[in-house]
Design a protein around this ligand. Structure first.
Ligand code: SAH
Ligand code: SF4
Length: 362
């Protein structure tokens, strides 16, 4: 069994059935999540027979490293993992370093977000995705299966162990890899709770961001549960006709319903919602669209994160250029809606959602 699939009570229960004393579970938990051990022989505080039993019964890594790619600027690494059933998932590490050695990020931007030396992980929640957004490589691949909570946790632990060797730590985790996190709600929340544990990895809730295509019942449930996790909504269009053309989910939950659910979330949590916007040349990047979007969002505690489209094989759209993106931002801000244009990172390693797995599968 994958050891990261167990929460602390389940681990304690299992060790009890092995006739081990109660404190053993805590020792293993701390070894895993505080010392970041990834093999039984590192647990030198445990007896040899127990370590042998752990070797026999536990799996410490659910995947094989199929391949990895580093961006030419050295700031981004993308790893493609192969699961035991052959499915491929990917997880990306983005290093936001000192602005002096990071030409892609302006100093003011870095300072504003306190982003110095950030180590952000972008991880997957499903193999493939059922939502079918036309511009997305994962959507183009279709749905394979949900990841277990342990398979989600293991992506974080893989990079945490790697960073530890360089005396670095993970600073943020975003659920923006393959899959729709709210379509795998239980396992995603279980993974967050496991990583959040104060006796374990202690990863603060505010350092997670969930990105969703806009599944309304789950947005409301998430609001009710009151976690301090950040929420981002993939909007990408300001009218239902335009959104439906690129995001089939809009048939089920239209823009109005999504925005209502977001308002409910803000009301409940007092937290700001981020709206994500992939800028597609001539599709959703005109001043007119910016005006329509601003009208929809005005007065709401929110921010627009716009990022030029990462072109994919299965979609003919192209990225908006810098100048047009700047006008889009300007229009929104004049109308009172905050907007950041995010630089594309790791473009040369196909760091866009699902693109690496997609290119290997096609
Ligand atoms: N399923 C979730 C999270 C994974 S996708 C969601 O859709 O929100 C993470 C983000 O990448 C989403 O905002 C998604 O719309 C965006 N995205 C997908 N494909 C993209 C592409 N080719 N270029 C730019 N952004 C893309
Ligand atoms: Fe799925 Fe998100 Fe891609 Fe849409 S953008 S297909 S929801 S992973």
């Amino acid at each position: 069994m994958l050891i990261y699939d167990l929460d602390l009570p389940a681990l304690a229960e299992l060790l009890k059935s092995w006739d081990e004393p109660a404190y053993r579970a805590k020792q293993i938990w701390q070894g895993l999540y505080q010392h970041l051990y990834n093999s039984p022989d590192q647990f030198t505080n445990l007896s040899k027979p127990l370590r042998e039993r752990m070797t026999a019964e536990f799996n410490f890594s659910p995947f094989k490293i199929k391949t990895y790619l580093d961006s030419s600027d050295g700031f981004t690494r993308k790893t493609l993992f192969e699961l035991p059933d052959g499915n491929l998932i990917e997880a990306v590490l983005m290093r936001y370093g000192d602005p002096a050695d990071d030409p892609q990020m302006s100093t003011s931007e870095t300072n504003r977000r306190g982003a110095k030396n950030r180590r952000t992980l972008c991880i997957s929640t499903q193999a493939g995705c059922a939502m079918g957004c036309v511009f997305c490589a994962t959507g183009q691949m279709g749905f394979k299966r949900n990841l277990s909570s342990g398979e989600i946790v293991a992506q974080v632990m893989y990079y945490a162990q790697m960073l530890k060797a360089a005396d670095e730590v993970v600073s943020n985790v975003v659920f923006m890899g393959m899959g729709e996190p709210f379509h795998n709600y239980e396992n995603v929340m279980a993974a967050i709770d496991r990583l959040n544990d104060p006796d374990g990895f202690k990863f603060g809730a505010r350092r997670f961001t969930i990105s969703t295509v806009g599944l309304v019942p789950q947005i409301r449930r998430f609001a009710d549960e009151g976690r301090q996790v950040n929420l981002a909504i993939s909007l990408h269009a300001a009218t239902d006709v335009e959104r439906l053309a690129i995001m089939p989910v809009n048939k089920k939950y239209n823009i109005e319903e999504v925005i209502e659910a977001c308002k409910y979330y803000v009301e409940k949590t007092h937290r700001r919602v981020t709206f994500e916007w992939a800028l597609i040349n001539g599709v959703n990047d005109s001043p007119e669209v910016a005006r329509q979007l601003a009208a929809r969002l005005k007065g709401m505690l929110c921010h627009v994160n716009a990022i030029p489209l990462n072109p994919t094989n299965g979609y003919s759209g192209a990225a908006t250029d810098r100048q047009r993106a700047a006008i889009f931002k300007e229009m929104l801000e004049q109308a009172g809606v905050g907007c950041t244009i995010r630089m594309r990172r790791g473009v040369d390693i196909q760091a866009g959602c699902g693109q690496l797995a997609g290119s290997l599968l096609l």
